[in-house]
Design a protein around this ligand. Structure first.
Ligand code: WQD
Length: 337
C-alpha cells in the first residue's frame, strides 16, 4: 500500500483527504504541528476509516522530523497542505507567513530530492488570480498581485515548484487551486475547526445558527452582482479531497520533471446572500444577518472553469451546494453536543 505523507493532515482539507486516500487504497501518514488543528481529529479519522491513522506531531520546516517519519514510513508521495491561511493575519504578520509557508515547502522539496521521492500535490488557491478580468477563470488566466501576504505565499510557492521541476530535480508536481472549500464529512465526525472567530463565511454562518455568534455581517451588498453581494465558487470539501486522490493517480502516470496545475471548483458561482438563503432553506433555520461595509481586499466575483480537471483528471463534483450547507450544519451541531 502506497504511503503518502500529508503535511497539515489534521487540518480541514487534509483530514478529509486522508479519508479519501484510504478509500483509494493509499496509506496516509499525517504530519501536523496542531497550530491550526486538533489532535482529536486523528482519533475521529480512525473512527471513520475503521483503523488507526498514523500521525506525527511536528513542523515540516524541521528536516529531522521528516527523517524520523521516513525511517519508519518511507512514503512515496506527498500532499502538502501545511500552511498558515488567515488572510487578515497575514497582513499583520507577513514574516510569519513567508517563513512558514515558503520555508516548509523548500525544506520538503529538498528532502524529496534527497530521498528520490517523486510525487507531490500542492495546496494552492484561486486567490492567485486576484480579481480576474474575465470569468470563469481557466488555469491560463493571468495570476495577479495577491491581495495579501497569504495569497502571495501561494503564488511564490507555485513559482518555486515550477523552478524546481525545471531544475530536473526528478519530481512530478500538481498544484491544485482551491476555490472556496465548505461542508464536512457526511458522518459529521470531522469538519472545519476555525481557531477563534471564523474568518470564512460558512463557519460564521453555522456558528450564528448555533447561537455562538449573534449575527452574520454581509460584507457589502452594493457590488455589481445579481444581489449586490460577492460571488464565490463554493466546493464541498469531500469533492476537493477526491481531487487530491485523482491528482496523485495522474502523477503516477507521468514521467519525472513534470508540472501541471488545476482549478478545483464546482464551475458555479453563488453569492453570499444566496449562501445564507440556501442554508436557511436546507436546514429550516432563520439566520440573523445584517448588511455591513465592504471588507477591504475582497474579490467581487470569481468562479472556476473546470474543463481541464474534468477532462484531464476525470474529476467531477459529486456534492451540491445544499449538501455542503447541510453537512456543515450537521458538523456544527455535533460540536455543540
Ligand atoms: C467569502 C465571501 C466575504 C465572512 C479566503 C482566501 C482563500 C481561502 C478561503 C484559505 C466574501 C463574505 C465572509 C463574513 C461575509 N483561504 N463574508 N461575512 O475571502 O473568498 O477566500 O478564504 O483557505 O484563499 O482568499 O473566503 O469565506 O472569507 O469570504 O460577507 O462573516 O463571504 O466578504 O465575499 P474568501 P471567505
Amino acid at each position: 500500500m502506497k504511503k503518502i505523507l500529508i503535511t497539515g493532515g489534521a487540518g480541514y482539507i487534509g483530514s478529509h483527504t486522508a479519508v479519501e486516500l484510504v478509500n483509494a487504497g493509499f496509506e496516509p501518514i499525517i504530519l501536523d504541528d496542531f497550530s491550526n488543528s486538533q489532535a482529536s481529529v486523528v482519533d475521529r479519522l480512525g473512527e471513520i476509516i475503521g483503523r488507526e491513522v498514523i500521525c506525527f506531531e511536528g513542523d515540516c520546516n524541521d528536516k529531522s522530523i521528516l527523517e524520523k517519519i521516513y525511517k519508519d514510513h518511507p512514503f512515496e508521495g506527498v500532499i502538502h497542505f501545511a500552511a498558515f491561511k488567515a488572510v487578515g493575519e497575514s497582513t499583520q504578520l507577513p514574516l510569519k507567513y513567508y517563513q512558514n509557508n515558503i520555508g516548509s515547502l523548500v525544506v520538503l522539496l529538498g528532502f524529496m530530492k534527497e530521498k528520490g521521492i517523486q510525487n507531490i500535490v500542492f495546496s494552492s488557491s484561486c486567490t492567485v488570480y486576484g480579481q480576474p478580468d474575465s470569468l470563469p477563470v481557466t488555469e491560463d488566466t493571468p495570476r495577479k498581485d495577491a491581495e495579501s501576504p497569504y495569497g502571495n505565499t501561494k503564488k511564490i510557492c507555485e513559482d518555486i515548484l515550477v523552478d524546481f521541476v525545471k531544475s530536473k530535480a526528478g519530481v512530478k508536481v500538481v498544484s491544485l487551486r482551491y476555490f472556496n472549500p465548505v461542508g464536512a464529512h457526511p458522518s459529521a465526525k470531522i469538519g472545519e475547526l476555525p481557531n477563534g472567530t471564523p474568518n470564512n463565511l460558512v463557519p460564521f454562518v453555522t456558528q450564528t445558527a448555533a447561537g455562538i455568534r449573534e449575527k452574520i455581517t454581509v460584507f457589502g451588498d452594493d457590488y455589481d452582482t445579481i444581489d449586490g453581494s460577492c460571488v464565490r465558487d463554493f466546493i464541498h470539501v469531500m469533492d476537493l479531497a477526491n481531487a487530491h486522490v485523482k491528482a496523485l493517480a495522474y502523477l503516477e502516470e507521468q514521467k519525472v520533471d513534470f508540472y501541471d496545475v488545476f482549478n478545483v471548483g464546482t464551475g458555479n458561482g453563488n453569492t453570499v446572500l444566496e449562501i445564507i438563503q440556501t442554508f436557511e432553506k436546507v436546514n429550516r433555520i432563520k439566520l440573523n444577518y445584517e448588511i455591513g461595509p465592504r471588507r477591504p481586499g475582497d474579490v467581487v466575483k470569481i468562479w472556476a472553469d473546470t474543463t481541464k480537471i474534468n477532462s484531464v483528471l476525470g474529476w467531477h463534483p459529486q456534492y451540491t451546494l445544499e449538501d455542503s450547507l447541510r453537512d456543515s450544519w450537521n458538523w456544527e451541531k455535533s460540536l455543540t453536543k
